[in-house]
Write a protein that binds this ligand. Structure first.
Ligand code: GLA
Ligand code: ZN
Length: 676
């Protein structure tokens, strides 16, 4: 098989080093049947490629890569540093991590290296350097995969020293640091950098990683840790670049993963890739948000779906099976949101260890007549037929949703007003409303250019940095709508309160002031009347909103603040600032978002059909693509809103004719003018 022409890359993690060579033959025959053209190799091979300090042995990797080349596959080649080998931990105990409780770990598991360890940094970069030197120029290599799922944290003395260096660079001097951390509180004034400790169970924390006496210290440690791991990635990337100037380099992200600020990383990756393991089997809207977030990391460029299971995961307490059609549906959803590659973990099931029950394209028996294999092969055939029709296509979103790791961290580290308000839940509710209403959305960092959007949603924007407030004002000034919520505009980039009315720098745009707020247990609901016939329950957080210029849209109906404003809309320039001061339920959030989208004509054609998703992309040659995905359990019928060709069947569809989508059904319509 020759590497196929340009198309969606299809395949995934493949670990033939775990198997005798006869099995490799069987694997590739099955890959042929399933249209698998891309293999990710060598993700956990450090112990094989470097069996001892100073000793490198590429015989296995040579054979693995040689076979993939001979079989005409594309290769995503890993540096293999996601797990360090036993000899390394034995010879240099500093490479293992110290945990939040202060315990020095011994050799075990994976993702187990201290990011600040000079030995780890030197040897991981050296391994990447040697692998790149050996295989650079192999035509089949389409990408480099550095490490694996960077994450977690280390609290060792090397990290403490690294933290102090990071702080010196960030703050310059101790006066600035003491001011940022508000250290006059509880006698914390630091007079020497060496007095600074990593915030852990031994120092600032009680009851775990979210309960800290000094939120500024913990916030900075999160920033530092994210940067320390980024430096590991950068070490390896630089080592690869010594022999390979051009092949793109990536690492696999994990979507909404709190410990790593992917916005700080994105510029260092040549393209974004991520692993999609949704927390349950009813996650269509959540996955859409995560795809949109991953696409937004690099200004809307297409990404790779680096991993997904074809069937089941193994790591959860309970691991539900993807029912028939779901693997296909969720793969097309990734493409609908910007994926140019759809890859699995993994190609063949592990024989042993903790992932032996993790789903794979090929199971332990090596059969090609399983349901899962058949569904993989069907998808492979569809991607082969599709060719390059979706490659490089961009999402033409008029709506932006701001996502900010600093706000996430600051909100969830905060003592008060409520530990029950979770950043992701708030963001998910606003994104869900957009998803239900069929609006394309870019999920973008607070530093992104907002000038192309009609609507900007900024839920739980706890921290307002730099000139963001002014940029949001200009969205409204030119006629756009900005929506923000309770607990927004509270703190500056040091996580100190703004010394002004809440919502701080957002106050002018919102035309409100908030002096007081009430937090309640989840069981308590206060109904908010939004319009004559519309009432939504609000929970968890209730801000007492004092309109200054804003008009009142919703009022509390119960408790001593019954009759007072909860939701407001402020005319600002030619547009509006909406303030949602309470934790509205999904119905309430969706009502607000509907008013906003309606004003800009952004409600999608199938907004009335539950769980039918619509997404758009525009190809590099300007062809609009309309993806329609049926996540509901039943067949749906709706009129075609455009004319074009269904790329999956080749059938021409005329505007106005009835489309029928079976459960898990997918339509990819390339728009064209109606037939004469
Ligand atoms: C992650 C890892 C893989 C594998 C899968 C299993 O995404 O990157 O190595 O452990 O999870 O779901
Ligand atoms: Zn460390």
């Amino acid at each position: 098989m020759k590497p196929s022409a340009a198309k969606i890359l299809f395949g995934g993690d493949y670990n033939p080093e775990q198997w005798p060579k006869e099995v490799w033959e069987q694997d590739y025959r099955l890959f042929d049947l399933a249209g698998i053209d891309t293999v990710t190799l060598g993700v956990f091979d450090w112990a094989l490629t470097q069996p001892a300090e100073g000793v490198y042995d590429f015989s296995t990797l040579d054979a693995v890569i040689g076979k993939a080349v001979a079989e005409g596959r594309r290769i995503c080649l890993a540096t293999g540093t996601g797990a360090h080998p036993p000899w390394l931990a034995k010879a240099h105990p500093e490479v293992t991590r110290v945990d939040f409780e202060g315990r020095r770990h011994r050799f075990g598991q994976r993702h187990n290296s201290c990011p600040s360890s000079p030995v780890f940094r030197r040897l991981s970069a050296e391994l990447a350097r040697r692998i790149a030197h050996r295989y650079a120029g192999t035509e089949a290599i389409v990408a480099w995969h550095v490490g694996n799922e960077y994450g977690g944290a280390c609290y060792c003395d090397l990290c403490a020293a690294g933290f102090r260096d990071w702080l010196r660079a960030w703050y310059g001097d101790l006066d600035r640091l003491n001011d940022a951390w508000c250290t006059t509180f509880w006698a914390h004034t630091f007079t020497d950098w060496d007095q600074i400790e990593p915030p852990s169970a031994l120092t600032e924390h009680w009851r775990g990683p979210d309960h800290t006496a000094f939120q500024g210290i913990t916030l900075d440690y999160l920033r530092f840790m994210s940067d320390a791991m980024l430096a590991n990635f950068a070490d390896e990337k630089a080592a690869i670049r010594e022999s390979d100037p051009g092949t793109p380099v990536t690492t696999n992200f994990m979507g909404m993963y709190r410990p790593i600020d992917y916005h700080r990383w994105a510029a260092h990756l040549d393209f974004v890739s991520w692993d999609n393991y949704p927390p349950d089997d009813k996650s269509a809207a959540r996955m859409a948000l995560t795809h949109d977030l991953m696409r937004g990391l690099k200004d809307g460029q297409p990404f790779w779906l680096m991993e997904q299971t074809p069937s089941v995961t193994a790591s959860r307490d309970v691991n539900p099976l993807k029912p028939p059609g779901v693997l296909r549906l969720w793969s097309w959803q990734a493409v609908a949101h910007g994926a140019d590659a759809v890859l699995f973990f993994q190609m063949r099931a592990n024989r042993g260890a903790c992932e032996k029950y993790h789903g794979a394209v090929i199971g332990h028996a090596g059969r090609s007549d399983t349901r899962v294999f058949a569904e993989v092969a069907q998808l492979g055939a569809e991607f082969a037929r599709l060719g390059d029709a979706t490659l490089g296509a961009r999402t033409p979103a008029r709506v932006a949703l701001l996502f900010d790791w600093d706000s996430w961290w600051a909100l969830e580290l905060s003592d008060g007003p409520s530990r029950l308000v979770r950043y992701q839940e708030v963001v998910l509710a606003y994104h869900r409303a957009l998803w239900d209403l069929g609006a394309d959305v870019d999920v973008i960092p607070v530093s992104a250019d907002l000038s192309g959007y009609d609507v900007v949603l900024a839920p739980a924007l706890h921290m307002v940095k730099e000139d963001l407030a002014a940029r949001l004002e200009s969205v409204a000034e030119r006629g756009g709508s900005v929506v923000t919520t309770y607990l927004s505009g509270r703190v500056d980039s040091d996580d100190n309160a703004f010394l002004m009315d809440v919502p701080g720098p957002l106050g002018a745009l919102m035309g409100v002031r908030v002096d007081e707020w009430d937090a309640r247990e989840a069981s308590f609901a206060n109904p908010v009347r939004l319009a004559d016939e519309v009432t939504a329950d609000a929970r968890l957080l209730f801000e007492l909103v004092l309109p200054e210029d804003a008009e009142v849209v919703g009022v509390y109906e119960a408790d001593w603040y019954a009759g007072t404003p909860a939701v407001t809309r402020n005319a600002f320039g030619d547009g509006h600032g909406w303030y949602v001061g309470a934790g509205l339920d999904q119905g309430g959030v969706s009502w607000v978002v509907r008013q906003v989208l309606d004003r800009h004509g952004l409600i999608g054609p199938y907004a009335g059909i539950p769980d039918v998703e619509v997404a758009r992309r525009v190809t590099p040659d300007g062809t609009p693509l309309l993806f329609v995905l049926n996540h509901s359990g039943s067949a749906v019928e709706a009129p075609a809103v455009v004319s074009g060709v269904d790329l999956l069947t080749g059938v021409r569809v005329e505007q106005g004719t009835v489309l029928r989508l079976e459960p898990t059904g997918v339509l990819v319509l390339a728009e064209s003018r109606p037939a004469a």
